[in-house]
Design a binder for this molecule. Structure first.
Ligand code: SAH
Length: 426
């Protein structure tokens, strides 16, 4: 038996060796610029991770401008990928395609965009909302390109030099495939600076309707694509908002970092006894209250506080206020792992206070959208907070972003949003 196992193990090893030899790829003739990697640094590309860091590069041949397509080669000159070059960023190239015979042109992008749209149709993601992420960057094979749909308006966010280079091509393809009344560009995320790109916030095509809203699981939500956060709304939390709505009946709810009221609207519709919502953005709170009205929800059960959550939670603790369901959905405390330590303290702080404000048997729904905090680390932080708060808690749901934010297996960085729904002991 052992012998047999050993033999099949050996056979597997041989096979994988053969595969590696096959991967040692052919030289593909190309007159344009080439990025040659140091020996051994081709491995992450062979695993299909789409980023190339400056530290992995042996030399650049040719003189590409930022955004131009380069051929990425291993140390022997063998073909690895086609990628968009960026002289300004630590991530000096992002892969468009792993196929040697691919041509990176308008037709290529039309096909890629069509297939991202088709995937969402096949998964029937438009069943629950007319607000949806249509293209999720790297995870849809289009590094740096985010496209969100809000009814018949599309919002485009470009986060890399490669995406920037093909801006008009993307707009043409989206216009042809989706026929929106407007394509709005919200290329003003902080990541643009790291890529050496200027910020842009303007109409790219068409005309923006005076008032724009989406209907998500039957709830209407006004979206301000020009001045709102991200591209206007947090589409990624759609399923998690629905879950909270289903748990809210008869409960006193506290929604921290409420933005335009997402979780609060679901809780009110779900029959919450009261909902206290806190955010430090006065504009967001105004929209939130408009959303309550728009949905004919009972405003007398809703209380709003324009405050810093860290301070507000302490005040609520000092006032001895108690809740049955608490939502903590803070902004990105750790954009990268470098911020993890400081962010961990902030997560622990609000979660500890959250646990303390819960009645026995209460529910804490806590999220992190920080790419720099892993699922494991997040769970550890929450466990530490419960311990310090002196409560026993069980995880009843482990949640992530909705399915229109898919995660490519070869790009785990795409799994930025994580959440735990916990029940504290009664
Ligand atoms: N839960 C929301 C999204 C939350 S986004 C939804 O489902 O739509 C994070 C929110 O935190 C933003 O609205 C931002 O204005 C707010 N915010 C950031 N820092 C804050 C702080 N220290 N105190 C209160 N609100 C804060």
């Amino acid at each position: 038996m052992n012998q047999k196992r050993h033999t099949s193990h050996q056979r597997r090893k041989e096979n994988s060796r053969q595969q590696t030899t096959q991967i040692k790829s052919a030289v593909v003739p190309f007159a344009g610029p080439k990025l040659l990697l140091q020996d051994g640094r081709e491995k992450s590309l062979q695993r299909r991770h789409p980023w190339i860091f400056t530290g992995a590069v042996e030399r650049l041949e040719g003189n590409p401008a930022s955004g131009d397509t380069v051929q990425v080669c291993d140390a022997q000159g063998g073909f690895l990928a086609w990628a968009a070059y960026n002289s300004q960023s630590q991530i000096c190239a992002r892969v468009w395609s792993w196929q040697a015979d691919e041509k990176i042109d308008a037709d290529f992008f039309l096909r890629k965009i069509s297939s991202a749209l088709a995937a969402r149709k096949e998964l029937k993601l438009d069943r629950h909302s007319n607000g949806m992420r249509l293209i999720h960057g790297e995870s849809d094979g289009l590094p740096g390109l985010i496209v969100d749909q809000y009814a018949d308006v599309l919002v485009l966010q470009l986060g890399s030099a490669g995406a920037e280079r093909w801006r008009e091509t993307f707009a043409d393809a989206l216009q042809e495939l989706c026929k929106p009344v407007c394509i709005y560009e919200r290329s003003d995320s902080d990541g643009r600076e790291l890529e050496g790109l200027p910020k842009r916030n303007e109409i790219l095509r068409g005309k923006l309707p005076e008032q724009l809203s989406v209907t998500e699981n039957g709830i209407r939500i006004v979206v301000d694509v020009a001045a709102g956060q991200k591209t206007g709304f947090y589409l990624d939390q759609r399923d998690n908002r629905a879950l909270i709505g289903s748990l809210a009946e008869g409960r006193d709810v506290l929604n921290c970092f409420c933005y335009t009221g997402g979780f609060s609207l679901y809780a009110l519709r779900g029959g919450a006894k009261s909902v206290l919502s806190i955010d430090s953005s006065a504009e967001a709170l105004q929209l939130a209250q408009r959303n309550v009205e728009l949905n004919g929800l009972d405003a007398s059960r809703a209380e709003w506080q324009d405050k810093d959550v860290f301070e507000a939670l302490r005040k609520l603790r000092d006032q001895n206020r108690k809740f049955d369901l608490i939502v903590l959905d803070p902004p990105k405390f750790a954009p990268t792992a470098a911020f993890a330590e400081k962010a961990s303290r902030a997560y622990k702080d609000i979660n500890l206070l959250g646990f303390k404000l819960l009645r026995p048997g209460g529910i804490l729904a806590t999220y992190s959208c920080s790419g720099g905090i892993s699922d494991d680390l997040f769970q550890k932080i929450i466990a530490g907070a419960a311990l310090d708060a002196g409560v026993d808690a069980q995880i009843v749901h482990k949640v992530h972003a909705a399915a229109d934010h898919p995660v490519l297996l070869s790009f785990p960085e795409g799994a930025y949003l994580k959440g735990l729904v916990l029940r504290v002991a009664g």
